[in-house]
Design a binder for this molecule. Structure first.
Ligand SMILES: [Zn+2]
Length: 209
């Protein structure tokens, strides 16, 4: 039905779209006005501080970007992210039930979990998604010798499926969890330089990895 506008040949959907874009425009103008007011207030405060002789410390701007996506209500068995999220949740529960020895985390005092999905043959010879897990281990020796969760999982996958090739890797999830109750965890966690390079090298064969 296209009330009123029908004679002009304008559809309802066009009218609603136009009304929606006007509302967005109004909202954007209001947002700009709020930002301007906030900026003016900051300038006013800064001016007052200058008059008082107060020197502002240098500011360091820290920005974190996080990609979020809604969890679908129907579990999709072909969705690597959904599968890895499910497996990571199970792994996290297992680790929480059996807290790791802090000695293995004495360098950064961080506990990091990795869940890796690969396509490999099971004992029955059927190729299917398989999940391998990794934990970081930081023993703090003069010669280095720390292992990140990501690379531990990749190495564990090779030990479990010796014939695995790079093209069999489907995806990896990494999560920091508190090492002790009441501890803090910072997520999302970026891979270290060495892990980034490993993951990039694996990704050369599988762009979606
Ligand atoms: Zn690493």
């Amino acid at each position: 039905m296209s009330r009123g506008y029908a004679s002009k040949g304008v559809s309802d959907s066009w009218w609603y779209a136009r009304r929606a874009s006007k509302a967005r425009l109004r909202e954007a103008r209001a947002e700009a006005a709020r930002a301007e007011a906030a900026r003016a207030r900051e300038e006013e405060l800064a001016e007052a501080d200058t008059k008082r002789g107060y020197k502002w410390p240098e500011w360091v701007e820290q920005t974190t970007y996080t990609r979020c996506r809604p969890s679908p209500s129907v579990f999709d068995e072909s969705d690597v992210t959904a599968l890895l999220t499910r497996e990571m949740r199970g792994f996290m529960d297992r680790v929480s039930a059996q807290p790791p020895d802090p000695w293995f985390h004495r360098q950064s005092e961080k506990l990091v979990l990795a869940a890796l999905m690969v396509h490999a043959e099971d004992d029955d010879g059927v190729r299917r998604p398989q999940f391998v897990f990794g934990l970081n281990a930081e023993v703090s020796l003069p010669a280095g010798g720390s292992f990140c969760a990501e690379r531990s999982a990749i190495v564990a996958a090779r030990a479990r499926f010796p014939g695995i090739s790079r093209a069999d890797f489907a995806g990896i999830a990494v999560l920091q969890v508190p090492l002790s109750s009441g501890g803090i965890a910072t997520n999302p966690l970026r891979p270290c330089g060495a892990c980034s390079e490993w993951l990039l090298k694996l990704g050369e064969q599988i762009p979606r990895f």
